[in-house]
Design a protein around this ligand. Structure first.
Ligand SMILES: Nc1ncnc2c1ncn2[C@@H]1O[C@H](COP(=O)(O)OP(=O)(O)OP(=O)(O)O)[C@@H](O)[C@H]1O
Ligand SMILES: [Mg+2]
Length: 304
């Protein structure tokens, strides 16, 4: 993992900081099983540096940004780079305090406290990924306030105060555009340092595509990367909405082609069909057709 940071030219003093952190907080054998092995590397030196610096300072990190900007990929990469066990908590409207910190249950005729994911993470010095944090009601999140500020404790009613292990960090993600999200209130936002996640850079995208599709012909790899940039430009100039600017969809389309579909239908399924307005859909198809002929298939795209 640290090798990736070196390849990304991350400032060596930050890498050293991570090494010191790892030496200070080695994971126990039981915790090892929870340390993620990311399927995707995150590409982007500046964001790596900002995120690493924040976590080394002991801050909680909020990754805000559009869809498929690599928020979860980065969060997982960070837990792996820092060598800490990860707890994933997906937020939703019915989330309540018990779902986060834990609840009393009956066990053998006795009431016992069963810790929730945030409580476990806090005790074990884990990395807690608070996914789509703005999906939950702000009131439900109030229980996290003391954990997320200088107090670093959680008061579990009828149980005890749980102090956060010094290695514990929280990384929240949020996407302002998604339906069902709400404004994060100031009290909560104030407890995080916030990174606005950019869309992947052209170089990052080429690295991602060649890592994910090692047998994709170089010429087409460049065309697919350029297609994504074309869509991004159209989006910036407000000619199309950002529904079709979906890196996930582009990767899906390539997988469909590798599976045997022609480029036209595969790119429709991954990209154009995400837009339901027929005029806009036409515009997107034109952008795609200018880069990738609809009849292209696996035999011309992939070397194997
Ligand atoms: N900078 C990047 N480096 C590497 N991969 C990236 C980057 N940006 C996006 N991706 C790719 O985009 C895809 C989606 O990533 P991820 O699930 O982390 O997005 P997200 O920001 O959490 O999206 P959402 O808001 O929809 O949950 C992954 O396949 C990931 O590899
Ligand atoms: Mg996500």
């Amino acid at each position: 993992m640290l090798e990736l940071l070196r390849q990304e030219n991350v400032n060596p003093s930050l890498i050293e900081g991570i090494e010191e952190y790892r030496a200070k907080y080695p994971a126990s054998p039981q915790q090892q099983a929870r340390i993620p092995h990311p399927r995707y590397p995150y590409y982007g030196r500046e964001i790596w540096e900002q995120a690493a610096a924040a976590l080394l300072c002991g801050a909680n990190l909020l990754l805000a940004g559009g869809k498929a900007t690599g928020k979860n990929v980065l969060a997982e990469n960070l837990a792996a780079a820092f060598g800490r066990p990860e707890w994933d908590v997906s937020f939703h409207v019915d989330m309540d305090a018990a779902g986060l910190i834990g609840t009393d249950t009956f066990e053998g005729g006795q009431v016992v406290f069963r810790p929730g994911p945030v409580c476990q993470c806090a005790r074990e010095g884990g990395f807690g990924i608070l996914d789509e944090i703005n999906m939950a009601k702000n009131e439900a999140l109030a229980v996290l306030h003391a954990a997320l500020d200088f107090r670093r404790v959680m008061d579990v009613p009828g149980y005890r105060r749980v102090e956060l292990d010094p290695a514990t960090r929280f990384i929240a993600t949020m996407n302002n555009g998604y339906a069902g999200t709400r404004e994060l209130n100031e009290a909560l936002a104030s407890r995080f340092v916030i990174i606005q996640m950019p869309t992947i850079s052209p170089e990052g995208l080429e690295k991602l595509l060649s890592g994910e599709f090692p047998t994709l012909e170089k010429k087409y790899l460049k065309q697919f990367a350029a297609l994504f940039l074309d869509l991004q430009k159209k989006c910036e100039s407000a000619e199309i909405s950002d529904k079709a600017l979906d890196l996930r969809g582009l990767l899906d389309a390539l997988r469909l082609i590798r599976q045997g579909l022609k480029a036209g239908p595969a790119l429709d399924m991954g990209i154009s069909n995400k837009v339901f307005d027929s005029y806009e859909q036409g515009l997107i198809r034109d952008v795609i057709a200018a880069r990738i002929p609809a009849g292209l298939d696996r035999s011309r795209l992939f070397a194997d």
